[in-house]
Design a protein around this ligand. Structure first.
Ligand code: RFL
Ligand code: PHB
Length: 394
């Protein structure tokens, strides 16, 4: 079997690309290792940049998002129990949108399903070969049987652990990585959000974040160790720690039933380039950021905007100029996103072993931010996201 484009992974990157290409009549097959329920149930991102929202809307999968999303004008910065609102809308005329990644994925997978698109679930890709030949070859397992498919292009949208990036020879790939001695303990809570925007709280005991998924569901995080043992965190201990790190006088953190707890170790990673012959990498397959900047899903959609524009131009106009520049554009944008995520992580967290001078300077960075309008404009621009270099013609 041969198709123009094989997409590995049906996460947000792979599913959105499949849908956009389909809209322009470009045949593609999506191979996904896990079940649809598993992919839809993964609780991850919550904050979307306006460009990511616009891409969903332009692609025709943004109706429910527009109805159910929550618009945030800015963020609250907490510094040792003092809250300061930074109003992005007032500063630069643009805010951020809260809509769960699981809802994003559900909306796109439902659209693909309704259109009868070829998304093969529970079909883990095993190998990608012949990247530099006239056709790339992909093997995968379906119902216990190994199958093969060839393609003009393969898109590795298979996340950090997937096989696509690993199929690139080591001497053709440069990787950059930082692991932090930190994790995030996340809880999903049946309680109304205690603020109308996210609260990023720096405290001597560590960072804490209040976010949300809907008017009834809050999402909260606590800085913890990268290998934190969840068994040591009773619900009561979680609430007490959240109160300690983000409480302030005259403000109450709403409590409710905790219905999920998880730990995410913090990591920064990116590779250069994001193309090897007929294979392109997109999203977490090429870059991971610590969640402090809320950039993972947004960077993935920035990649998909340029890659889909390039593939559409290639197949409909016989012009490969955007496709040829994809890797350079995507890596360059991603490095700036990495910088923001790393600097935001450094600003808010308490790092083990930091001396008193460095701790005080760290706090002074946040104090400068909440006092200085120029610093706030810069922060707002970075939070709300860089432009997308190309948009698909839809
Ligand atoms: P995904 O979502 O990892 O999807 C990859 C898909 O590939 C499949 N796969 C394979 N398929 C076939 N064959 C194989 N051999 C395969 N191996 C893997 C996987 O099953 C999976 O379905 O990558 P994608 O699509 O690039 O999407 C990236 C985003 O998921 C990620 O960047 C964000 O969730 C990051 N993130 C956030 N991003 C934001 O923009 N805003 C946020 O507020 C935000 N908060 C977060 C986050 C990530 C978090 N965690 C848990 C990592 C908060 C957290 C806690
Ligand atoms: C979330 O809502 O899950 C969220 C919000 C902001 C972040 C990371 C995660 O920086």
């Amino acid at each position: 079997m041969h198709v123009p484009v094989v997409i590995v992974g049906a996460g947000p990157s792979g599913s959105l690309l499949a849908w956009i290409l389909r809209q322009r009549g470009i045949e593609n097959v999506v191979l996904e290792a896990r079940s649809r329920e598993y992919v839809e149930g993964r609780i991850r991102a919550g904050v979307m940049e306006q460009n990511a929202v616009d891409l969903m809307i332009r692609a025709g999968v943004g109706d429910r998002l527009q109805k159910e999303c929550m618009k945030h004008a800015g963020v609250i910065v907490g510094i040792n129990n003092q809250h300061h609102f930074i109003d992005f809308e007032k500063l630069i005329g643009i805010g951020v949108t809260v809509y769960g990644q699981s809802e994003v994925t559900k909306d796109i997978l439902a659209a693909l399903d309704k259109a009868g698109h070829d998304v093969v679930y529970e079909a883990p890709v095993q190998t990608i070969e012949n990247h530099n030949g006239d056709r790339a070859k992909v093997t995968y397992i379906q119902d216990g049987i190994e199958k093969e498919i060839s393609a003009d292009f393969v898109v590795g949208a298979d996340g950090y652990h997937g096989p696509c990036r690993k199929s690139i020879p080591a001497d053709a790939l440069k990787t950059h990585e930082k692991t932090y001695p930190l994790g995030w303990l996340g809880v999903m809570v049946k309680a109304a959000p205690s603020a109308n925007v996210a609260l990023f709280a720096h405290h001597d005991r560590g960072f804490a974040l209040l976010s949300m998924r809907s008017p009834e569901i809050s999402r909260l995080y606590l800085q913890c160790a990268a290998d934190e043992n969840l068994d040591e965190w009773s619900d009561e201990r979680v609430w007490e720690e959240l109160d300690t790190r983000m409480g302030t006088s005259g403000w109450t953190l709403e409590r409710g039933e905790i219905f999920q707890k998880d730990v995410t170790p913090l990591r920064s990673f990116f590779c250069e380039s994001m193309q090897y012959g007929r294979m392109f990498l997109a999203g977490d397959a090429a870059h991971i950021v610590p969640p402090t900047g809320a950039k993972g899903l947004n960077s993935a959609f920035a990649d998909i905007s340029v890659l889909s524009a390039g593939l559409i131009q290639h197949f409909t106009k016989d012009d490969s100029s955007i496709l040829d520049s994809y890797s350079g554009i995507a890596v360059e944008r991603n490095i700036q996103t990495q910088r923001f995520s790393w600097s935001n992580t450094s600003k808010y967290h308490v790092f083990p072993g930091t001396n008193s001078f460095d701790r005080r300077m760290q706090r002074a960075e946040l104090e400068y931010l909440v006092r200085d309008e120029t610093a706030q404009i810069s922060y707002a621009k970075q939070h709300t996201g860089l432009p997308f270099a190309h948009w698909p013609e839809l």
